[in-house]
Design a protein around this ligand. Structure first.
Ligand SMILES: Nc1ncnc2c1ncn2[C@@H]1O[C@H](COP(=O)(O)OP(=O)(O)OP(=O)(O)O)[C@@H](O)[C@H]1O
Ligand SMILES: [Mg+2]
Length: 165
């Protein structure tokens, strides 16, 4: 799970990324939407975006869609700010995460997003071969070593194998 955080999350960035990291996420931090988009355009992949609720979430969601980055956006804000939360969801955010960050809540959000993206999407014959092999070994008790460059799908395949058991 690669997490892109936009903004300093009202000073809670340290706490939030530490929780995410302790749950196995890789965290990348940028100051604003433009820098976030540039990081994605540069191929620095992400599976999830967290952004301050006061940022222009509609703009971010529009840019992501326009450039075919299929990433869920989580708006983060001070817990009492209900209007901002509603506005964020209406602007296209998937979830609203209240700050300061709660360990269990962040874990639940990461898990929900992971689960949503769980069924594997592929078309190439090469990938079909990998999946066939994964399906074959999934029911066994053997340990599996999955190798590949960053972003090639090791975690996606690992989840697929675990789900198949
Ligand atoms: N359900 C899915 N079906 C197919 N591809 C997916 C799915 N979910 C995510 N991906 C793609 O898989 C890639 C990320 O895969 P994954 O996180 O497993 O990489 P990784 O090999 O673990 O990378 P790293 O070494 O950086 O941790 C992204 O390109 C993402 O778009
Ligand atoms: Mg990985």
């Amino acid at each position: 799970m690669r997490l892109l955080i936009i903004g300093d999350l009202y000073g809670q960035i340290g706490a939030a990324s530490q929780i995410a990291k302790s749950r196995g996420a890789k965290v990348m931090h940028v100051a604003d939407i433009e820098s976030g988009m540039n990081a994605l355009r540069d191929g620095k992949g992400a599976d999830l975006v967290m952004i301050e609720v006061r940022e222009d979430i509609e703009k971010l969601v529009t840019l992501l869609m326009r450039e075919r980055f299929n990433l869920p956006v989580i708006a983060c804000g001070i817990s009492s700010d209900k209007d901002a939360a509603v506005k964020a969801i209406k602007s296209g955010a998937k979830e609203y995460l209240p700050l300061p960050p709660d360990e269990e809540l962040i874990a639940a959000v990461l898990e929900a997003i992971t689960e949503e993206n769980q069924s594997m999407i592929y078309a190439s014959a090469a990938m079909a071969k990998v999946v066939a092999m994964a399906d074959q070994i999934a029911p066994s008790d053997a340990s599996v070593l999955i190798t590949g460059e960053s972003g090639t799908g090791k975690e996606v395949i690992a989840r697929h194998i675990h789900k198949k058991i």
